[in-house]
Design a binder for this molecule. Structure first.
Ligand SMILES: [Zn+2]
Length: 563
C-alpha cells in the first residue's frame, strides 16, 4: 500500500512535464518529450528517441512516424534530441522529423553511426549528430543528462538520468539484466544504486506481464554453439541484424566447428559494416563472400541471414523459394531461427517455413528450441531487482501495449511505487509536489512515410479535411492475434470519437467479432482491406453521419490465447 503523502509546500517549484508522442499503448515508434518550467512561461524541452514502426496493416507496410502537430499546437520545440540506443523503433524517424527542429542530436557511437547513415541517405548534413560515450553526461538548458549503460539486444543501450530543477527522472530506454551480454559490460548495480532514490522512472513495459528473468546472450551463445556443432550439412542462421552479440556468437560457434561464415542480406551487411568500423566484432571470423560458398563442402558452410520475420524480399525468403542466385538449400541443411516471431508476422513466417520444408531442411525455431533466442527486455524479476536499486518514488509505464503497461503498473504498486497513470500517446503529464497528473490529452493522427515524405494518413470515408471537420473523426484501434484460419480480436477495442454521435460499443464489438471470423486472410494488410468496406457500411447504418475513420489493426502476442 502506498503511504499517504504529507507535503509542506513552502514555495511552488516549477513542474516537470512528460509528453509521449509514441511508444505508449503500442510497441514501436518511441518519442518522448520532457519539459521543465510552467507551460508558456519560458518552459524548456528536450526530446528522447525518435523511432518509427512498420504499419503491418497498410499496403506495402509503410513506416509510421510520430505526429508532431501537438508540439506545434503547444509551441514546444525541443532544444536537443537525445537517443538511448540504435534500434529502429528509437532512431528510425529521426531523419524524417529532426529537420523540423534542427537541434543538436546526441547518441552513443553505434547509434550515431547508424543515424549518420540514415541522414546521408536522405541528403541531410550530419554535423548536428554528436557522439556521447556511455557513462558521460551532457547539459542542455535546465537539463543535465547522464547516459547510464544498460544491457539490451544491441550494444550501448543507455538509460538517461534526467535532472532538471530538483527533479531526478530515470528514463530507462530498453533494457534487461544480462550477466553475460557478450558485447559490452554487464549492468553495474553500483551505478544504479548510487542514483537512488529517483523521483520518477519512465520505464520499459514490454515484458512486464512475464514472470521470471530473461535469458542471457551468454546462454544463447552456448546453446547455438552446441546446436551448430551437431549439424551435418550447411547451416543458415537468421537473427536480427542489430543483435551484434548474437552475430558474434554465431560467428564464433561456426569457427569452433570449422565452418566459414558468410552474410546474406543488405541490413545484415550494413549493420556489421557500421559495427566493425567502431571496433565491435573484431573477434568475428573473416567473412566469405556468398559467391564463394559453392566451393566449400556443406559441413564448412554457415550463413547468417536476414528474414526471420518472413519478409518476402529478405534473404531467407529467397532461399525458401529457390531464388537465390548463389545458394541453394539441400536436404540435410539446417535453418535456425534465432529470433522470435513479431506478432502479425506469424503467417508470413509459416509460409516461409513451408517453403523451406520443400528442401527437406531441418528447421529449429523459438517453438522447438527456445534456448536459441533471448528477449532484450526485462521480465518481472528483473524489474523488481532494478527498482530495488534505483528506488523510484513514482513510475510511468511506457514502451508497451496497454496490457504491458497495466502489468508494469500493478508490479510497481506491489513494490510500493506510485503508478497512478498508464500514459497514451499525446498525454501531457505533469510531475510536481502533488505527484503525477494528466494535464491534457492530445489525440495523435497517424503519419506515414510515403513517396519520400511524411504525411498524415487520410482517414477512411473522406478524402479531405473539410469533411472531417463537419462530421468529426473516429480513431479505432483493433488488437488482433493470428488463429489457425484467420484473425481474432483480443483485448480491448480502442475507440476514440470526437464530434460524432455515440457508438454502441457492445453492438459494434459483437458485429466486429462476427466479421473477423468470416475473413480468412494471411496478412494484416489483407485483413484491413477486407474489413474497410464492411466497417464503413456498419457505421453508415448505425450513425447519422459517417465520420472520418482512422483504423489501425495491431497484432498482439498470441500468448494471450493461452498458447
Ligand atoms: Zn531496443
Amino acid at each position: 500500500m502506498s503511504q499517504p503523502r504529507v507535503q509542506i509546500r513552502p514555495r511552488r517549484r516549477p513542474a516537470l512535464h512528460f509528453l509521449p508522442l509514441g511508444g505508449c499503448g503500442e510497441i514501436g515508434m518511441n518519442l518522448s518529450l520532457y519539459g521543465h518550467g510552467e507551460r508558456g512561461q519560458g518552459d524548456e524541452w528536450i526530446a528522447v528517441d525518435c523511432g518509427m514502426m512498420i504499419r503491418q496493416d497498410l499496403p506495402d507496410n509503410p513506416l509510421q512516424v510520430p505526429d508532431l502537430s501537438t508540439l506545434e499546437t503547444l509551441s514546444i520545440r525541443p532544444r536537443a534530441l537525445i537517443i538511448t540506443h540504435g534500434h529502429e523503433d528509437h532512431i528510425g524517424a529521426a531523419a524524417w522529423l529532426w529537420p523540423k527542429w534542427g537541434c543538436p542530436l546526441y547518441a552513443t557511437p553505434l547509434a550515431a553511426g547508424l543515424l549518420r547513415a540514415k541522414f546521408v541517405e536522405r541528403g541531410l548534413a550530419t554535423d548536428a549528430i554528436q557522439v556521447i560515450e556511455p557513462g558521460e553526461a551532457l547539459e542542455t538548458g535546465p537539463f543535465t543528462l547522464r547516459y547510464l549503460p544498460l544491457t539490451h539486444s544491441i550494444p550501448e543501450s543507455c538509460a538517461l538520468l534526467i535532472a532538471a530543477g530538483d527533479y531526478r527522472v530515470l528514463h530507462t530506454g530498453d533494457w534487461k539484466l544480462d550477466p553475460e551480454p557478450l558485447i559490452g559490460p554487464a549492468i553495474s548495480a553500483a551505478t544504479f544504486r548510487a542514483i537512488a532514490p529517483v523521483d520518477l522512472v519512465v520505464g520499459d513495459s514490454t515484458n512486464a506481464p512475464m514472470p521470471g528473468h530473461s535469458r542471457s546472450e551468454g546462454e544463447v551463445a552456448e546453446a547455438l554453439s552446441h546446436t551448430i556443432a551437431r549439424c551435418q550439412g550447411r547451416v543458415v542462421v537468421s537473427c536480427f541484424a542489430s543483435n551484434l552479440a548474437r552475430v558474434l556468437a554465431i560467428g564464433r560457434a561456426a569457427e569452433r566447428c570449422g565452418r566459414r561464415v558468410s552474410l546474406m542480406g543488405r541490413s545484415m551487411e550494413r549493420m556489421v559494416g557500421v559495427a566493425r568500423g567502431l571496433g565491435y566484432l573484431d573477434d568475428l571470423p573473416p567473412l566469405v563472400p556468398v559467391t564463394d560458398l559453392g566451393y566449400l563442402p556443406p559441413e564448412e558452410v554457415l550463413v547468417i541471414a536476414t528474414g526471420s520475420q518472413g519478409e518476402p524480399r529478405a534473404a531467407l525468403s529467397r532461399l525458401s523459394r529457390g531464388r537465390h542466385p548463389h545458394f541453394e538449400l539441400m536436404a540435410g541443411d539446417t535453418v535456425i531461427f534465432s529470433a522470435k516471431a513479431i506478432p502479425g508476422n506469424e503467417r508470413l513466417i509459416d509460409r516461409l517455413k513451408r517453403g523451406l520444408q520443400h528442401f527437406n531442411v531441418a528447421i529449429l525455431d523459438d517453438d522447438n528450441h527456445p534456448e536459441l533466442h533471448a528477449s532484450g527486455h526485462p521480465a518481472q524479476e528483473e524489474l523488481r531487482t532494478f527498482y530495488g536499486w534505483v528506488k523510484p518514488r513514482q513510475l510511468l509505464p511506457v514502451h508497451g501495449e496497454a496490457r504491458h503497461q497495466q502489468a508494469h503498473q500493478a508490479l510497481a504498486e506491489e513494490l510500493g511505487i506510485q503508478a497512478p497513470l498508464t500514459p497514451v500517446n499525446g498525454d501531457l503529464i505533469r510531475l510536481d509536489a502533488e505527484g503525477l497528473t494528466l494535464e491534457t490529452r492530445h489525440p495523435q493522427r497517424p503519419h506515414i512515410v510515403s513517396q519520400n515524405a511524411v504525411s498524415a494518413l487520410p482517414g477512411l470515408g473522406s478524402s479531405d479535411g473539410s469533411h472531417r471537420s463537419r462530421h468529426g473523426s473516429l480513431y479505432l484501434a483493433i488488437p488482433v492475434a493470428a488463429t489457425d484460419t484467420g484473425w481474432t480480436r483480443i483485448g480491448r477495442l480502442m475507440l476514440d470519437a470526437s464530434q460524432t454521435s455515440p457508438i454502441d460499443e457492445t453492438a459494434f464489438a459483437d458485429w466486429l467479432d462476427d466479421c473477423l471470423e468470416e475473413i480468412e486472410v494471411d496478412t494484416l494488410a489483407e485483413l484491413r482491406l477486407a474489413l474497410q468496406p464492411r466497417l464503413l457500411g456498419w457505421l453508415a447504418d448505425h450513425l447519422h453521419r459517417v465520420p472520418e475513420v482512422h483504423l489501425q489493426i495491431l497484432a498482439v502476442e498470441t500468448e494471450m490465447l493461452g498458447k
